[in-house]
Structures are given as structure tokens and as C-alpha cells.
Design a protein around this ligand. Structure first.
Ligand code: FES
Length: 568
């Protein structure tokens, strides 16, 4: 058998081995911890500044129990954490930085395998991207969702109801006192957003890709069964090291296709697109926006906010992802999982306990609900829209544009009484792509102008190079590529131009003649760079466009080297 990677740290009977073992022994580890057993890193994104991940310290203890039980040696280490609701300008700016931290931490230490503890939106993709680039055996345990939010005897959901309450306050239909009461009842336990936002989407896709044990996505953070899952995961990673089962064995093209199918079925976040594209880039899988079209005809099966009415706790009690995977059995592609078998085994025998929460494939919440990819002269490299969260009638629409040149313009003017907009207007926001507002913030679901809210308008077509929160809803066209700051046609749109969108045809067009567009382009220049130094400059200089996953160009591909030189 080939020597374990960790033996180069802990297996040598010389000065080097002495140093590696002796300093670790200051934590009270006995000699037999260094007897050649698999060393399992527990990559923990716990942080009090990432409230969604604050339960991960407890789960790490569960993982350790399992690793010891299986004959491994668990060592927990911290990595950068990304608190979605707390970081400015946006947590997405730092996804690639966290991925670098994860990658280099795994590579630099004497580990044989790794358990990834993440949850909040960007922490899961960052950990996967980093671990995939090193390609040591790896498995995920997610934070799990918070318990259902409660307000006035009813359920409320993270994010989704915040947008609704905020609009109600702006329309004068909700008092500030009630608004504050809802705030207190929404987040009442450890865990991630309990809607099908980006965090639960990514946890669901992780399960659908076979990167975690079954039931990982939906068990509430505070459910004792999640602790048991952590324990079982600790046991399994030791076996994965013995079997040399690596991310590259699991992250095949078919696994990504399964993630796209599952994302449609759960009504998952638009953010999954940039994360899957970036992850594919790390493992050399040729995934493009076009591949997402396979999700277009998949029906919405999970009736959770923002596309439906229930929450993750309900999804768990109805049976969670195993039921979804069973319903998708006729669609799923063959793909290996962390258990070594095929993904179809995850759904075997799963029973649905509530058909209003998880619908059958032939009696869905909504037919053909997967993300639509749009292309046209306004988005030559693509844009996306989420039909399950949109107003059907607006998915085929032509109207005049009202342009906001940047986020400051939007904030200053959206609620002006004399804003010249109607319900037919298409709101356009520029300057919020990966380079324009570094990190591509979740502002694409622009607020409906206050004047229209008061008239009862609750949805309009909105177009931007931004992202939107996975908990948001509306007829929102996102990730327009190339972005305005990179000179995409979005930069040339002016108020009054007509725009036509057709989700059925997959088109997004600016109805302005080529000559006029050429005249505008000749007069256009990008905004001056906002960052002269540091990570933000590195990011802006190297970030790729949304249709490529917004990873840094020099991070594509894997590098499984062991980081020492012969002389060391
Ligand atoms: Fe962390 Fe939603 S803000 S999961």
C-alpha cells in the first residue's frame, strides 16, 4: 500500500518527525495517535460573525467521535468564514479568498482526508472549491437549517418574509413595531436560513451530488439526528481514506448534471449557477450555462419558500432530499457518491410523509420550473431567471427601460414620487457585476418603486448584472454577462429603450439598432478602478465573468502536490 500522506509528517523517526509529533503532543495526544492511522482534518468555518455556522463547533465534536471510533485521528482547524448577512460589500467578494484559505490549509498540513463543516451561503462552495483543488478525500457536514421562524402564531421564513415585510412597511400596511416583532421571531435557533435560500440550496445540491451522507440537507441544525449524522460522517471519512475515494471520483460531469436537476426540483437559488460553474472549473469539468438548460423541463417538487409556502423544517419532516432523489430517479444520471455506490441509492426506499411539501414528479407544485438561461444582444454570454419565483405573465414581456447607472443611483431615486415608471417598465441596474461592484452583490431584486407599491404593484421585470439572494423572488433577470463594467451591452442601455424578454424562447434583447449602439459604445468608458491594493484589487484584476462562475482565473484546475521540497 502506498504510504499515507500524513506519514511524511508523523511517521518519520528523525528530527522532522520529532518536531511534527512533539508539538502536537502538547495537546495531550498519546503516542498511538501517531501510529500511522488516517489523519482527518475537520475544516471548520465556525464563527460568531457567521451566525448560520455557530452550531458547527458542536458538530465538530460529533465528527471527532466518529473518526476516533473508526480508527482515525481527528484534528480540527479554523478557516475564514463568510457571514452572508454581516459582511460588506458582499460575502461573495470573499468566496474565492476563503476557497484559497481552505485549499492551502488542507495542502500545508499532514492530512489524509477532510470533513468540511460549512453552511452559510458562500461557505459551502468555498470549502468545496478549496478541497476539490487539493483532491484529498473529502466529505461535507452542513450546519442545517434554523427551526421555522414564528410570528403571531404563524410561520415566517428567513429572507423571503423580510422582503415582504419591508414592502408592507413601505406601503404603510405594517407598523415598525410589528416589523421589529417579526425580526425577533424569525431567527430563533442555530442554523442557516430556513427557506430554500442559497445555503439550503447548496446543502441540497451537495446531497444530490453525493458529497455528503443522505439527509444532510434538511435535518434542522438543532435536531439530535444532525449530531448523529456528523458522527457517521466522521466514521465514513476514515473509510474513504482507506478506499482513496477522492473529490475527482465524485465530481464528474454527471454529478453536476444531477445538481442542476435537483436545483430545479427544489426551487433552488440562482446563486447555485455561479457556484457550480466555479466548482466545475476546479476539477476540469466542462460545465457551461448551456448545461443548465437540462433543468428547464424539471418540475418544482419542493413547496418551500421562496418558490412555495413551507420551510426547511417541514421539508425535513416530509422526508427531505432522499424523497426528492427518489422522485427524480428517472432523470438522475449515474454518479458515484461518498458512500462509493451510485446516487440512486440515496433515494432507495425513501417515503414521503407530506405530499403538500414534497410533490410527486407527475403532480408537481409547478411544471417546468428550472432556471432559464437567456441570451440575446443584451446578454451575449447569457443571463438567468428563476421562473418558479417569478410572475408567469412577466416572463414574456416587452417594455421601456428605466436605468439606474449604479446602486447609489438606485438608492437615491427608487422611491422618488416623480419617478417616471409604470408596472410595464423594466428596471435596469448596471455596475453590480463581479468587477463593477466587486463580488457581484445580491441587489438584483431591486425594490419596486414606492409609488407603484402603493398602487398595489408587487412584481416588475428587473434586469441587472447583479445576483439576488436565494431567499428572494420576483421576475428578476440576473448575472447578465458580460457585465456593464466589463463593457457588456448592458452598459449601453438608456432610459426609454425598449427591452424584450422571453423565457420561453430564452431571449433577452435590447431593441435598439446596431448603429445607435455603436455610437453609444464609442462614447462609453468603464468607471475608474475602486481598489488600488489588497485582495479586492487582486479580485477585480482576476475575477472571471458570471457565466464562468466568477472564480479567479488563476485558481482554475486542481493541484494535488504535497507541499515540500526534497531538501526539507
Ligand atoms: Fe447565512 Fe442565510 S444568511 S444562510
Amino acid at each position: 500500500m502506498a504510504k499515507r500522506r500524513s506519514s511524511h509528517w508523523y511517521g518519520k523517526l528523525d528530527k522532522d518527525g520529532f518536531i511534527h509529533r512533539s508539538w502536537m503532543k502538547n495537546q495531550g495526544f498519546p503516542d498511538h495517535a501517531f501510529d500511522g492511522r488516517p489523519v482527518i482534518g475537520i475544516c471548520n468555518s465556525w464563527s460568531e460573525l457567521t451566525p448560520c455556522n455557530h452550531g458547527l463547533r458542536t458538530l465538530a465534536e460529533g465528527v471527532k467521535r466518529g473518526v476516533w471510533e473508526a480508527g482515525g485521528f481527528p484534528v480540527e482547524f479554523p478557516v475564514m468564514s463568510l457571514g452572508e448577512t454581516q459582511m460588506k460589500p458582499t460575502a461573495m467578494l470573499f468566496r474565492n479568498l476563503m476557497a484559497m484559505d481552505v485549499e492551502e490549509s488542507i495542502r500545508a498540513y499532514g492530512l489524509d482526508g477532510v470533513v468540511l463543516l460549512g453552511g452559510c451561503d458562500k461557505t459551502t462552495p468555498a470549502q468545496l472549491m478549496g478541497a476539490a483543488s487539493v483532491n484529498l478525500p473529502a466529505i461535507v457536514v452542513s450546519s442545517g437549517p434554523m427551526l421555522n421562524g414564528k410570528y403571531r402564531g404563524g410561520d415566517i421564513g428567513s429572507g423571503t418574509d423580510v422582503w415582504k415585510f419591508s414592502e408592507a412597511v413601505r406601503a404603510g400596511e405594517m407598523t415598525l413595531k410589528d416589523f421589529m416583532a417579526a425580526e425577533a421571531g424569525m431567527s430563533r435557533s442555530a442554523g442557516v436560513c430556513m427557506t430554500m435560500g442559497t445555503a439550503s440550496t447548496m446543502a441540497s445540491l451537495v446531497e444530490a451530488m453525493g458529497l455528503a451522507l443522505p439527509t444532510n440537507a434538511a435535518l434542522p441544525a438543532v435536531d439530535a439526528r444532525r449530531m448523529a449524522l456528523a458522527h457517521l460522517t466522521g466514521k465514513r471519512i476514515v473509510e474513504m481514506v482507506e478506499e482513496d475515494l477522492k473529490p475527482s471520483d465524485i465530481l464528474t460531469k454527471t454529478a453536476f448534471e444531477n445538481a442542476i436537476l435537483a436545483n430545479a426540483a427544489v426551487g433552488g437559488s440562482t446563486n447555485a449557477v455561479v457556484h457550480l460553474l466555479a466548482l466545475a472549473g476546479r476539477v476540469g469539468v466542462d460545465l457551461t450555462l448551456k448545461d443548465f438548460e437540462i433543468g428547464g423541463e424539471i418540475p418544482l417538487l419542493v413547496n418551500c419558500m421562496p418558490s412555495g409556502k413551507y420551510l426547511m423544517e417541514d421539508f425535513c419532516y416530509a422526508g427531505g432530499m432522499p424523497v426528492v432523489l427518489r422522485e427524480l430517479a428517472g432523470q438522475l444520471r449515474a454518479a458515484k457518491t461518498v458512500l462509493g455506490g451510485d446516487i440512486s441509492a440515496y433515494g432507495d426506499g425513501a417515503e414521503c410523509c407530506n405530499r403538500d411539501v414534497i410533490h410527486a414528479f407527475d403532480a408537481p407544485v409547478k411544471p417546468a420550473a428550472g432556471l432559464r438561461v437567456l441570451r440575446g444582444n443584451l446578454a451575449p454570454n447569457g443571463a438567468i431567471v428563476k421562473p418558479s419565483a417569478a410572475t408567469d405573465a412577466l416572463l414574456e414581456h416587452e417594455g421601456p427601460a428605466h436605468v439606474f447607472e449604479n446602486i447609489e443611483d438606485l438608492k437615491a431615486n427608487i422611491d422618488r414620487d416623480d419617478l417616471p415608471v409604470t408596472a410595464e417598465t423594466i428596471l435596469v441596474l448596471k455596475g453590480c457585476g463581479p468587477k463593477g461592484y466587486p463580488g457581484m452583490p445580491e441587489v438584483g431584486n431591486m425594490p419596486i418603486p414606492a409609488r407603484l407599491v402603493k398602487e398595489g404593484v408587487r412584481d416588475m421585470v428587473r434586469v441587472s448584472d447583479a445576483r439576488m439572494s436565494g431567499t428572494a423572488y420576483g421576475t428578476v433577470i440576473l448575472h447578465v454577462s458580460p457585465e456593464a463594467q466589463a463593457g457588456g451591452p448592458l452598459a449601453l442601455v438608456q432610459t426609454g429603450d425598449r427591452i424584450r424578454v422571453s423565457a420561453a424562447e430564452g431571449t433577452l434583447d435590447l431593441l435598439v439598432g446596431d448603429e445607435e449602439l455603436a455610437r453609444r459604445r464609442a462614447a462609453w468608458a468603464p468607471d475608474a478602478p475602486q481598489y488600488a491594493r489588497g485582495y479586492a484589487k487582486l479580485y477585480v484584476d482576476h475575477v472571471m465573468q458570471a457565466h464562468e462562475g466568477a472564480d479567479l482565473d488563476f485558481l482554475r484546475g486542481a493541484d494535488p502536490r504535497i507541499p515540500w521540497r526534497e531538501s526539507h
